[in-house]
Design a protein around this ligand. Structure first.
Ligand code: CAA
Length: 283
């Protein structure tokens, strides 16, 4: 299957990062969100990242212009009628994703692959909202997208081998490393990462150590680039809670129970870096 044009749905941190790496790899990209100002914010994030590359001498100003020119703003889902691949990076909510996929199924050309960047929702259930479940697949990028090498590729129950192969090949053209996983709650990345973060929050909650001490232990003792509480703030505490709830519900095991302190912070609106306050303050 030949892919030339990609639509990325959602111009937030993940969506704009995905759009950037796709445009850098030479694909024509449509960056779609509900409002023009959301797309503008995503585009200015891309320009800021690319300007850093120019400043570091890794890219010329002409190359930057060529990448930016390959990204077109879109606020109309009908634009999916022109694309070969859609990568959805909208909010983590099954009802919203199912609605988007049902609409895309009507709009996108018959050959188009519909991928989701969901961090934990079942690909099989998203695929069931369409009449082309064999062309639906998970393509889970890590944050920050331009830096992180991994893309978890998740096969739904009906995903065709040919579709899997196309997505694996595209991932390599983005200079990322594809890793194949099956469709279970949290896939592999978040099934392992989130319980560690949740345990770090329990460690704080139970007064075992300060937040700084917990992060220092994991950074210096395990060589993690960020301590788990800093990483939770970076990912977003609402996202961490949502993924823990998905694991808890999906496996039914108490070991996935979200820490009450995580719930309390989310209820307070302390969502981490994006809200200016989480375990740490960013104001
Ligand atoms: N966008 C683009 N580039 C970025 C960036 C961003 N948001 N943040 C940092 N960078 C780049 C910097 O420009 C720098 O590039 P060069 O080395 O090419 O100059 C490089 O990353 C390193 O940055 P810094 O020196 O400023 O900082 P650092 O060394 O502390 O690295 C980090 C920052 C890459 C974020 C590092 O701390 C890290 O790897 N943290 C862990 C990230 C992680 O675990 N991500 C996965 C989260 S889980 C997830 O995404 C899945 C999910 O479903 C929740």
């Amino acid at each position: 299957m030949s892919v030339k044009t990609i639509m990325v749905i959602g111009a937030g941190q993940m969506g704009s990062g995905i759009a950037q790496v796709c445009a850098q790899a030479g694909y024509d990209v449509l960056l779609n969100d509900l409002k023009p100002e959301f797309v503008e914010r995503g585009l200015s994030g891309i320009k800021k990242n690319l300007n850093r590359q120019v400043d570091k001498g890794r890219m010329t100003a002409e190359q930057l212009d060529a990448v930016v020119d390959r990204v077109t703003a879109s606020t109309d889902l009908q634009d999916a009628s022109k694309v070969d691949l859609v990568i959805e990076a909208a909010v983590e909510n099954m009802d919203i994703k199912a609605k988007i996929f049902a609409q895309l199924d009507e709009i996108a050309p018959e050959h188009a692959i519909l991928a989701s960047n969901t961090s934990s929702l079942p690909i099989t259930e998203i695929a069931a909202a369409t009449k082309r479940p064999e062309k639906v697949i998970g393509m889970h990028f890590m944050n920050p997208v331009p830096v992180m090498k991994l893309v978890e590729i998740i096969r739904g129950l009906a995903t065709a081998d040919e579709v899997y192969q196309t997505i694996e090949d595209i991932t390599k053209t983005l200079e990322k490393v594809p890793v194949e996983v099956n469709d279970f709650p949290g896939f592999v990345s978040n099934r392992i990462l989130m319980p560690m973060i949740n345990e770090a929050i329990y460690t704080l909650y139970e007064g075992v150590a300060t937040k700084e001490a917990i992060d220092e232990v994991m950074k210096l003792g395990m060589n993690h680039p960020m301590g788990p509480l800093t990483l939770a703030d970076f990912i977003g505490l609402d996202t961490c809670l949502y993924i823990m709830e998905t694991l808890h519900e999906g496996f039914g095991d108490d070991k996935y129970r979200p820490c009450p302190l995580l719930r309390k912070y989310v209820k307070a609106g302390w969502l981490g870096k994006k809200s200016g306050r989480g375990f740490y303050s960013y104001e």
